[in-house]
Design a protein around this ligand. Structure first.
Ligand SMILES: Nc1nc2c(ncn2[C@@H]2O[C@H](COP(=O)(O)OP(=O)(O)O)[C@@H](O)[C@H]2O)c(=O)[nH]1
Ligand SMILES: [Mg+2]
Length: 269
């Protein structure tokens, strides 16, 4: 793939990937992102914000030492892992150099091939926030293992839309796949708890218009989910806190991209 990052220039797009023990997923993720973004008319980088105890940082460093110029690693050792997943993404926001920042999981549940569609509405300047949507006509929740987890996911989404009015513009506020203009988080006082960093961004970020981008939520490629029952309780506490500070709905400003004909969204609840 041709090198597009001129010396000294900042990339237009940073892809922030939080990782905890994802050694088996790093190479396929980087390969598929490289292929997916090969046609992007913008420079880009991948920033891994890593809290692993396995060989994930070694795998990333190996890619860097083999000369992949796009890959950057920020490893947090034991005792430095403030905020877990949400804290890692928040740190990624401050360290990423791109004008546009995308966030995605490492385990390939977020197919890298959707990233061009996800970032296009923000790179074009038309929207300042774009969120992946598992609930649209073109989307799918195939990777949510079992009916129980699907019911939990739908209930969390319903609760978010009820308790955090500004989230109603976002069809899937629980998504870990999203992109934003960095001005959305530059001055925001983010206090993420647990896994739902997008909800925190929706509630506290300085965004004005959102696009919902359908995608197929795939099976995890390698390794195991780090989500535990405890995450459910952390989410409820997070939601409760946000609901007490809730700002008005931004529904009027919202529209959709990448999901022609999609009727799924808050109004479909
Ligand atoms: N940096 C960091 N990443 C995490 C942490 N917990 C989970 N992740 C990453 O967040 C993403 C989503 O986690 P995952 O276990 O797949 O959750 P699930 O998709 O809800 O089952 C993956 O890339 C994980 O490696 C954490 O404590 N710190
Ligand atoms: Mg996962």
């Amino acid at each position: 793939m041709p090198e597009k990052v001129p010396d000294g220039a900042l990339p237009a797009l940073s892809v922030v990937v939080p990782t905890r023990n994802e050694a088996g997923n790093i190479e396929p993720l980087v390969d598929r992102l490289d292929a997916a973004l090969a046609g992007l008319d913008a420079d880009w980088e991948i920033l891994f914000v890593d809290d692993s105890d396995d060989s994930t940082p070694d795998v990333v460093e190996d890619l860097m030492s083999r000369g992949n110029p796009r890959v950057t690693l920020l490893h947090r050792g034991p005792g430095q892992r403030d905020g877990g997943l949400g804290g890692a993404v928040k740190l990624g926001f401050t360290k990423a150099s791109g004008r546009v920042i995308a966030v995605m999981d490492a385990d390939l549940q977020h197919p890298p091939e959707v990233v061009p569609n996800l970032v296009a509405p923000v790179l074009s300047g038309q929207y300042d926030l774009a969120a992946g949507n598992r609930y649209g006509i073109l989307g799918s929740r195939a990777g949510l293992d079992g009916p129980a987890r699907q019911v939990v996911a739908l209930s969390c989404r319903w609760l978010s839309h009820r308790l955090v009015p500004s989230s109603r513009a976002i069809a899937d506020p629980m998504s870990g796949l999203f992109a934003l203009e960095r001005s959305v988080v530059d001055r925001a006082q983010l206090r993420p708890e647990g896994y739902k960093i997008l909800l925190e961004v929706i509630a506290r970020g300085d965004w004005h218009s959102a696009a919902n981008v359908d995608y197929r939520f795939d099976e995890r490629y390698s390794g195991r989910s780090k989500a535990r029952l405890r995450e459910g309780l952390v989410f409820l506490r997070h939601l409760w806190r946000l609901s007490r500070e809730a700002r008005p709905s931004k529904g009027v400003a919202a529209s959709r991209a990448g999901s022609p004909g999609s009727r799924n969204g808050p109004e479909g609840d």
